[in-house]
Design a protein around this ligand. Structure first.
Ligand code: PLP
Length: 375
């Protein structure tokens, strides 16, 4: 099975982890700080605070800028549930904004969702393809809103040579096993705001300030969302190879682009020229007639050894949110869910693998094109 995404671990990664495992500090040692410094250098930002997941990083980012009970936050429904869940966990209300055909939030619809309760905008860089952050920042400035980017897919993505993580109040990244680089589980918040960074560190570790010799003072409510030192060591080692990872995924993606050009059964997402995508996902969008047999297409692909996935069921379609807020319908998001398939694109694939995926996919969708939907 060729998975849709997959980590790449080499001997350097293993050595980095085992060195820490043989040392005195498995956690709360030096590696976490060094990883944070490496992230700042790579992104070109002032502060990075790593967490044990991007979910806890999201909760931290939302919490330290004061998002809470009664606040509304405009965000994308085409995301992993964590983006909205952590807002809900703080008593805030996710207000879902429809997306564009590339799966990114449609900035044209943001303004009409703003109310006196709106506190922030949380866009998601779908698949690693950056959102229109300049337009979003402009709206945020006009209405005095915070912008927190869910960059779980977008570590290493950039716009005009500037990395995601340098454009807004805070950005979060995920280091889950199948994300652009990995620490097993892990995440991070980057920001240029020193006050946010300070509060994020407190939030991550019980809100405790240590005293010089012994004792401590707990100055705010916090959690234990710390990353271990062996995970941070893995992250540092992975970060050294990020350019080769992205180049490899880009190579696969460009091969697919070429193979799928002009086919009439599905479209692909065009990455703008001034943008570099981490290429975390390679989504294809089936034509409406193929929405009905999508489950069967999915099944045929998996049975052929191609590990496809669907990103995402709109968050509002989950029973928890339906019960909480009633039914939500956003046209493009609903449609995107019916049409989207993510096909394998990762740093461990060869062009032969990509050729096999492309050949098999074209063959299977062709087979179902004669059936389509009985409208
Ligand atoms: C994976 C993901 C998260 C959560 O990341 P974890 O590190 O697994 O907690 C959040 N948002 C998006 C868009 C993701 O894809």
């Amino acid at each position: 099975m060729i998975p849709y995404s997959c980590q790449s671990i080499n001997q350097d990664d293993i050595d980095a982890v085992t060195t820490v495992l043989k040392s005195t500090h498995l956690t709360q040692g030096k590696e976490v700080e060094l990883f944070e410094e490496d992230i700042c250098t790579y992104i070109n930002c002032k502060h990075a605070v790593v967490f044990n997941s991007a979910t806890s990083a999201l909760l931290g980012a939302y919490a330290v800028c004061g998002i809470g009970e009664g606040d509304e936050v405009i965000t994308s429904p085409i995301s992993f549930v964590a983006t909205s869940n952590m807002l809900t966990a703080l008593g805030a209300k996710p207000v879902w904004c429809d997306v564009k055909l590339d799966g990114n939030i449609d900035e044209r619809f943001i303004k009409r969702l703003i109310t006196p309760k709106t506190k922030a905008i949380v866009p998601v860089h779908f698949g690693g393809n950056p959102v229109n952050i300049h337009a979003i920042n402009k709206i945020a400035k006009e209405y005095n809103l915070l912008v927190i980017e869910d960059g779980a897919h977008a570590f290493g993505s950039s716009i005009d040579g500037k990395k995601i993580g340098t454009f807004s109040d805070m950005s979060i990244f995920s280091f889950h096993a199948i994300k652009p680089i990995t620490t097993g589980e892990g995440g991070c918040v980057v920001t240029d705001n020193a006050e946010f960074a300070k509060r994020l560190k407190l939030f991550r570790s019980h809100g405790i300030v240590k005293k010089k010799l012994y004792g401590f003072d707990m100055v705010m409510l916090g959690h234990n969302f710390r990353m271990t030192d062996f995970a941070a060591a893995l992250g540092r080692s992975q970060l050294r190879r990020i350019e080769s990872f992205i180049n490899k995924r880009e190579h696969i993606a460009l091969y697919y682009d070429e193979r799928f050009k002009g086919n009439r059964l599905f479209s692909t997402i065009t990455i703008p020229k001034n943008v570099r995508s981490s290429r975390h996902l390679y989504p294809i969008v089936l034509i409406p007639q193929l929405q009905c047999p999508k489950q069967e297409i999915f099944e045929h692909l998996v049975n052929s050894g191609i590990g496809v996935q669907v990103h995402y069921k709109p968050i509002y379609q989950n029973s928890y949110y339906k019960e909480k807020f009633g039914d939500t319908h956003l046209h493009v998001s609903d449609d995107f869910y019916l049409s989207e398939l993510s096909i394998p694109c990762h740093q461990k694939m060869s062009i032969d693998d990509a050729k096999f995926v492309a050949d098999t996919l074209l063959q299977i969708v062709q087979k179902f094109s004669h059936r389509g939907c009985a409208f």
